[in-house]
Write a protein that binds this ligand. Structure first.
Ligand code: TRP
Ligand code: SF4
Length: 437
């Protein structure tokens, strides 16, 4: 694309974001609008000590995250859940999700970490042996990065409750819906469809009775996973017995599973209500009513799922600029990378520097397009003040790329050396964790 086209705005390359494909230049505010996500920044003031990825706008969108903020601020039970497809070695992109899980885990959330071996097997054609071997590297990595024992790590194929729930949720999904959400067609295999139900079950199973019942759950993911969340949030509602809707002065209650449940609810209700054909209008505080209906549903053997919340982080840039690609080893750093090799990759990374040192002193660099600055922002620098100093030194032409890169490269090397040591330790401590494999 040349410059004229770019500035005229006429031919901006089409952006495409699906769980299996991400293409084009991503416009995040457009993504928020088109997907119907919410802007994350408006929640920031309510979060005590937010994660750097939150403060720095890397986490840019969410659904329903205020449920999680409330739970954290009130010290109530909540869960954090995300999954990793073990089709390739864990890399810095996965580390971002791991950091998000670990942060919520350290805020008191019970963490559920799914290794999506069924997905890798069905969609990427990997053997079970391979998915097991690669999956274990994810397990060691997330433990090494700081996951605590208030967690469950599992391989999808080993988790009966998840597979059973997937089957159950499948009852609520039909073909036209799958087609509309995922763009499936007549070539799509049944197992690839099943995998979408398994992912929905991954996300909802922390709310099963055996894990303490309904609870706010947050799913930190890349924006490409949003279709799964839209489907899962719908399924959470559809799998429940009761549907509740806000009305003036209270809530309207319907049953999705037959009239007899409404009768049972009527017997249990402690609130005042008016009876209509097919629904009850209940008077009172919506939140209180919701809580009571959930209790009644659980007594009646229903799920009473709370729709899962989610946070969305930006896509990371490949080291060489453009997309990260598993077929281009120089475009990403694996968490198992030899530290020396990682250092070399950073030294060759795409920057926002100018053609000559002289020009850069005059015009300054462009951190907003610089992959090295992205590494600092997402992985290497915790202190905001320090990051701001790099940014202004770069913009003002006081800092040149050679020196700046060398520093990032050194930090990356040290980080990996330390991580490998911790992964090695993690291997010896695996039995202290709850792992289903
Ligand atoms: N589909 C996700 C990926 O390709 C992995 C995944 C499986 C997942 N189950 C999940 C992500 C549940 C979030 C929640 O990376
Ligand atoms: Fe990037 Fe650093 Fe160069 Fe600025 S000075 S463009 S942050 S490498």
């Amino acid at each position: 694309m040349n410059r004229e086209q770019n500035t005229s705005g006429a031919e901006i390359s089409e952006m495409k974001v699906t769980p299996w494909e991400v293409e084009g230049v991503i416009d995040y505010s457009r993504l928020i609008k088109e997907f119907g996500m919410e802007d994350f920044s408006t929640l920031l003031p309510f979060i005590k000590d937010p994660h750097p990825l939150m403060r720095r706008g890397v986490i840019f969108g969410h659904r329903d995250y205020s449920r999680i903020v409330d739970a954290m601020n009130r010290g109530e039970t909540f869960a954090v859940m995300s999954g990793f497809m073990p089709s390739g070695l864990p890399h810095l992109g996965h580390k971002m999700t791991m950091d998000e899980i670990i942060w919520h885990n350290s805020q008191g959330g019970m963490a559920f970490v799914g290794i999506a071996d069924m997905e890798a097997y069905a969609v990427r054609n990997l053997s079970w042996e391979k998915t097991k071997k690669i999956g274990l590297e994810y397990v060691k990595a997330i433990i090494a990065l700081g996951l605590n024992e208030n967690s469950l790590i599992y391989f999808q194929s080993a988790h009966t409750a998840v597979k059973d729930l997937a089957f159950e949720l499948g009852i609520e999904v039909n073909w036209s819906e799958l087609k509309a959400i995922y763009g499936f067609n007549s070539e799509t295999t049944l197992s690839k469809m099943i995998v979408t139900a398994v992912q929905a079950a991954d996300i909802l199973h922390p709310q099963l009775k055996e894990y303490g019942g309904p609870k706010p759950t947050v799913v930190p993911v890349g924006a490409d996973q949003d279709p799964h969340l839209r489907l899962t949030r719908d399924l959470a509602a559809r799998a429940n017995i009761f549907a509740l809707e806000r009305i003036d002065g209270g809530a309207r209650l319907r049953s999705r599973k037959g009239e007899e449940y409404l009768n049972r609810a009527r017997e249990h209700l402690e609130f005042e209500f008016v009876e209509y054909e097919g629904h009850l209008d209940i008077k009172g505080d919506y939140g209180e009513i919701e809580k009571e209906i959930r209790e009644i549903e659980l007594e009646l053997g229903g799920f009473a799922f709370i729709p899962p919340a989610s946070t969305y982080h930006k896509f990371i840039t490949g080291l060489t600029g453009g997309k990260m690609s598993s077929s281009k080893p120089e475009s990403f750093i694996s968490l198992l990378e030899r530290p020396e090799e990682a250092r070399n990759k950073v030294m060759k990374a795409f920057t926002g520097g100018r053609a000559t040192a002289e020009e850069q002193r005059k015009l300054g660099g462009q951190p907003e397009i610089c992959v090295v600055f992205e590494l600092y922002t997402i992985h290497l620098i915790q202190d905001d003040e320090e990051l701001r100093e790099i940014e202004s030194a770069c913009r003002e032409g006081r800092l040149l790329c050679g020196k700046c890169k060398a520093r990032a490269a050194e930090m990356m090397k040290n980080f990996l050396e330390e991580l490998h040591e911790k992964m090695h330790e993690a291997e010896a401590r695996l039995d202290m964790y709850n792992i289903l494999m």
